[in-house]
Design a protein around this ligand. Sequence first.
Ligand code: NAD
Ligand code: IPM
Ligand code: MN
Length: 348
Amino acid sequence: MEQLQLAVIGGDGIGPEVTGEARKVLRAALAGAVDLVETEFALGAAHYLETGEILPEDTMAEIATHDAILLGAVGGDPTDPRLAGGIIERGLLLKLRFAFDHYVNLRPTVVHPAVESPLREPGDVDFVVVREGTEGPYVGNGGSIRVGTPHEIANETSVNTAYGVERVVRFAFELAETRSKRVTLVHKTNVLVNAGGLWRRITDAVAADHPDVSVDYLHVDAATIFLVDRPSRFDVIVTDNLFGDILTDLAGAIAGGIGLAASGNINPDGTFPSMFEPVHGSAPDIAGTGTADPTAAILSAALLAEHQGYADAARRIRDAVDQDVASRPASTTTSATGDRIAALVAAA
Ligand code: NAD
Ligand code: IPM
Ligand code: MN
């Protein structure tokens, strides 16, 4: 039987708890189709505090030999001075996204009819945010001078290349071709004129190659209004790294909880392993309580299965999640939810 080499980075806080459940479900879904070989990598804030290691080069090289990566969440207590400056988030998570050229950060949102959305009438919500994953203000291209003085100047530079923007915009249009054929560019072209201008021109040029896809544009502030007022208007949203980060936490909240929001950091060229993770973080406030919702991690595993070519396994995971959320007990635990979904997958 063919093998699927999976690198697992549980990470910190609820990360290992939710990936544990996603692995149960993935094993059930892939049984009989592929030999799933899981390798755990101890990485994250806790590992760094213990060992001083963030992401050694040889570990990175070893991760690169895998077919795909499943990640929980990384990052510890934001008030811990030893973790200041996002050293774990930047040195581990962003380093993986950049090194493995995860230029598409795919973040789907579906409002399940049985899930209580904070919106009174969410309507038929089914959209995907295609968030650029390797550029923008995330590249760390900035600096500070006169630090700690009243004259301090702190700069963060957003890097947007024609190459980087075009490839993610093309991906968004190709995705829209397989869906409802609507692309919304979200940016802030009224203020960020340089980057905004580039995104706008490239979107217009790519749109010309997809005459059957309708395109519109929203400033990011207005996009937050529509996401709350009429989220059903969206099909594919394409946007930069930072706007995409913010919009997808909002999207998770309107879909009934951040514990349901899945994502894939995709390297569409297949040169490097893609990495699948919930949109949420390590949730230190609930870590160890057994109350974290593992659904986002489980749906991230479905994205993983689909990306690796196991469409049937992905469908069975999604169907099982749909069934489970429709009948989920009011009070449940992380592992009980994983067990129920794994059992539904195995029975399908
Ligand atoms: P967070 O997403 O961890 O938590 C925000 C809120 O959502 C918390 O109240 C938390 O309890 C709740 N929540 C999150 N996931 C949940 C789940 N599965 N079930 C139920 N409730 C859930 O965001 P934060 O507090 O801003 O970040 C905490 C740490 O995680 C920070 O160190 C941050 O940098 C890191 N982080 C990591 C990732 C990642 O690794 N991909 C993503 C986001 C944040
Ligand atoms: C996410 C997270 C990360 C991001 C952080 C932890 C660097 O918020 O995956 O959404 O901003 O991309
Ligand atoms: Mn985020």
